[in-house]
Structure formats: C-alpha cells, structure tokens
Write a protein that binds this ligand. Structure first.
Ligand code: NDP
Length: 282
C-alpha cells in the first residue's frame, strides 16, 4: 500500500496541556496498531475553544479530546451527544461522524472496564466519594453497567444530593447521598469504594480521605481515580490491610482505548497503552 503523507488527525484541547500524558499513549498505540494517525496535544484557553473546533473542522480532524476547562462548554459546539454525555452534561471525547461532531463521555466506560478484572458491578453497591466530573461519569456508568445502588458522599451535601438524584432519575440503580464524616465509615454491604476526588494527587501524595478502617470488610474493593502516583496513599493503606485495589491509571488507559475505538474502529491493545502511560508518568 502506498504511504499517505496526510495522516488522519485527532488531538486534545485543554489548558495545562503540557501535563497531560495522553499523547504518549496515543503515539504508542497508533504505532503498535499500524495506524497512520497523529494526536496533537493543544493548549487552548477557555475563550478560544470555538475557533479551535472550527479549525479542527476545517482541517478534517477525525475527533478530539476535551479536558479542563472545556468538558461542558464544548457541548454547544457539537451536533449530537451520546446518552452518557447527555446525562453527565460533559464531554471528554468528540468524534466526527458523517461530517458531524458527536460528543461522548468515555471516563465512566474506562472506569467500569478497569474494575471488571477485580469486581463485577452487576447487582453491587458502590460508594463514590466526590461529586465532580469524574464522580458523575463513574456514578452514571457504573449504574448503567448494572450496579444496584450508588451512594454519593461529597463535602458539599447539595452536590452529593444532586448527583444521587441524577443516578436515581436516569438509571435503574438506586442513588442516595450520605453525609460527609471524617473518618469516613463504609456502610455494610458496600462492595466497591471509589475515591473520585483529587486527594492524594502529585504533589500532595501524603494526603488521603480518612476512613474508619474497622468499617472495611475483607472483600471490599477500593479504587482511586488519581493516576499520578499510581499507588496513592489510599491504595497503599488498602493494600496494608489486605483489601483489593484498583488504580486510576486503568481508568485513563481504558478511556483512551475507548477513544481510539470510537475514532478509528480499532480496539487497541491495552498493555501498549499502559506501558506508555507508566513510562510517561514513572
Ligand atoms: P472536579 O473538580 O470536577 O471534582 C472534584 C471533586 O472532588 C469535587 O466533588 C470536590 O469537591 C472534591 N474535592 C476536591 N478536593 C477535595 C478535598 N480535599 N476533600 C474532599 N473532596 C474534595 O474534578 P474531576 O472530577 O474532573 O477530577 C477529580 C480527580 O479525578 C482528579 O484527580 C483527576 O485527575 C482525576 N481524573 C482521573 C481520570 C482517569 O482517567 N484516571 C479521568 C478524570 C479525572 P468540591 O465540589 O466541594 O470542590
């Protein structure tokens, strides 16, 4: 086959783009899968999103990721939304489909895929800490995957109640809100605890949401969304008391894999993405 000197283009629009390791995963995966695609990681300030999207359209980009601060604002620039993006009111992956921009939210799918090797969500009870963007995507997608109950704890009780209500209204799972306490107790019957806050992220690696460890059953699973460091203080604590853990890099890898699948139609090798991410973040 003749080589094309005009590769397919995807990329990312965010601020703080220089700290985003996604490009390392994408380059490794495109090379491994033999895809003549490139990923352009762009620093796009809040007021410049519309011209950036117009430029991507003019240049025939096949799609793009959106991160802070564009996940909500991009919606008014799109032609359609996936169900999860509509429910969460946030988009992290845009796909050009028949010339139209369609917004998806792949964070939750990435999270659910990352928990499956350890625990199945169907029929389970999940406790989500936080009520921001990651918490929304996780709570909605784990409910759509078949969890029976999703409990939300956030330091702002109104935000916790609003997310619990969203789960209740838009999925078959029962959503409920719990009051924040420190240390935090895990109610009996909870199978999976997800810390969906940035607590413990570089450089604040000694920080941790404090738990009453007596409330942790031996078959509990503890997940953290923070991708850097991979072994947060919360996960180290869980390992010390013999509780199974899921790190935030799995979510990042699996949402990247889902983005590649949506853009290219190729279901990529996750181990290549994970190795590239580990090499990029150390
Ligand atoms: P948001 O700012 O949208 O939400 C953060 C949430 O955490 C809010 O509920 C916030 O509460 C709460 N929070 C923040 N600091 C504290 C604290 N010290 N104590 C208790 N609660 C706190 O952020 P995102 O949801 O977008 O991101 C959260 C984390 O998830 C980040 O570390 C991000 O890197 C990670 N992430 C990981 C992904 C992955 O693929 N692994 C994907 C997306 C995000 P309040 O509203 O009161 O401020």
């Amino acid at each position: 086959m003749t080589r094309s000197f005009c590769p397919e283009i995807v990329g990312s629009f965010s601020t703080g783009a220089a700290a985003n390791p996604t490009v390392a995963m994408m380059e490794a995966s495109f090379a491994h899968e033999g895809l003549e695609w490139i990923y352009v990681n762009c620093e796009v300030p809040a007021g410049e999103l519309a011209p950036a999207v117009s430029g991507a359209h003019a240049m025939g980009w096949r799609g793009f990721n959106c991160s802070i601060p564009h996940k909500r604002r991009v919606i008014e620039l799109l032609d359609d939304l996936s169900d999860t993006a509509r429910i969460c009111d946030a988009v992290n992956c845009v796909v050009r489909t028949d010339g139209r921009w369609v917004g998806h939210n792949t964070d939750g799918v990435g999270f659910v895929e990352s928990v499956r090797p350890v625990v199945q969500p169907e029929g389970g009870r999940v406790l989500v800490i936080g009520a921001g963007g990651a918490a929304h995507a996780i709570a909605i997608e784990i409910a759509r995957a078949g969890a029976a109950g999703v409990e939300i704890i956030a330091r702002d009780p109104a935000k916790a109640a609003a997310l619990a209500d969203l789960v209740d209204r838009t999925t078959a799972a029962r959503g409920s809100a719990m009051a924040w306490s420190s240390p935090m107790s895990v109610p009996p019957g909870v199978d999976l605890v997800v810390d969906a806050t940035p607590v413990g992220m570089e450089p604040n690696v000694d920080d941790m949401v404090e738990f009453d460890l007596e409330s942790w059953s031996s078959d509990l699973v503890v997940a953290d969304v923070v991708p850097n460091p991979a072994r947060t203080r919360l996960l180290q604590t869980a390992e010390q008391v013999g509780v199974r853990t899921i790190d935030g890099r799995g979510m990042l890898v699996n949402q990247a894999a889902e983005n590649i699948r949506l853009w290219t139609g190729v279901d990529p090798d996750r181990s290549v993405l994970r190795a590239a991410l580990d090499a990029a973040l150390g």
